[in-house]
Design a protein around this ligand. Sequence first.
Ligand code: NAG
Length: 434
Amino acid sequence: MAKKRDRRSTPTSANRNSRAESSTQRDQRIGSDSDRKLVPILVLFFIVSVAVSVIVYRFKYSSPTHSGESHSYGNQRDLVNADMNYQDVLTENSKVSENTSRRHYDYPVLGYITPWNSRGYELAKRFNSKFTHLSPVWYDLKSQQTSLVLEGRHNADRGWISELRKSGDALILPRVVLEASPVELLTKKKQRNKAINLIVTECKEMEYDGIVLESWSRWVAYGVLHQPSMRNLALQFIKQLGDALHSASERNGKQQLQLIYVIGPPHSEKPQEHDFGPKDLESLSEAVDGFSLMTYDFSSPHNPGPNAPLKWIQVSLSMLLGSSSNRAKSLARKILLGINFYGNDFSLSRGLGGGAILGRDYLALLEKHRPGLQWDENSGEHFFVYVDDDGIRHAVFYPSLKSISLRLEEAHSWGCGISIWEIGQGLDYFFDLL
Ligand SMILES: *[C@@H]1O[C@H](CO)[C@@H](O)[C@H](O)[C@H]1NC(C)=O
């Protein structure tokens, strides 16, 4: 099963229904196998060393209102359970509460939608009111000779946007990936202004409510964030873009355009110079309306396992928020904790890999193999093991009502919003939790 990795390719009708894409940062993670082996050890170390501050933080700041609300997650059928079987999933996954407008998560909820999975567009319409922000993955800002171009208008679906706006209040913020050569862009004032102008103009012409910007991972990949002066310019650029969007008024003239910025989880307890850390969060907090934190893809085909262990999520949040003082509380509201609606099917034989799966792939595997679903207490995720037609063992990790509920509760206890990659890959009844 080949995994489609090149998410930069222009989506066509041919790959619209292709296999699941996961987050945008898969490739930027720790590179070599030996590094990968270090990850669990490092993570364990961070967990221990940060656990104390998590406990202190939660003790001091945890929201007392939440415990009374947790019963509203899910539904009355008692399906949010560590103990579940494949029949439950097969019979219940498409059933949702009658009222699809009622929200159960009271902080911001951002949903990503990809052009190569059309189910996301339908689910966005159906569960419109569950979202405060919807981000279709449409744009790339690229270098072209000595200038810049914003590509992706051909992806934009105006009919879909107007339908969404008729029936809900979710802000539409297309994602823009900054592909342009960072050295040129960051060091030349003219290029910076041009980039910002292209983005603001597109928002106005297409009546978007702002954008989600992804650039940090590119800049890391180019190595520019290792130099303090470039790093500084990078932060300046994000601020300048945020300010420009905020001073441009939106379609109805009432609201500002928003900037949501994509960040990765810190790679180590002591953040490296290229990691996005608590200081960056603070310095950008005025200019940026939300930070989409990519807490997924913890495991990989080289290192099969859960997609986003709960403890790793806690450690990531406490590294970003736990250390600072009272400001942390207000900054937490800007964090959109990443939750994956896709899963992974890993081959357990060496070198055979595996990769992301969609909800329908998961259901097909359940039907075919009728596996026993297991709850992994350590990671807070369900998984099962099956043997394929060639006798190869696989481990499948795919979200469940229980795993998602735990993450919603975690995010809620910090006062964070959430961001979902990507809604078309999930099962219908997941949306009941939002
Ligand atoms: C559905 O929920 C919303 C939000 O709670 C509420 O305003 C609306 O009246 C409900 N609709 C029905 C048909 O119950």
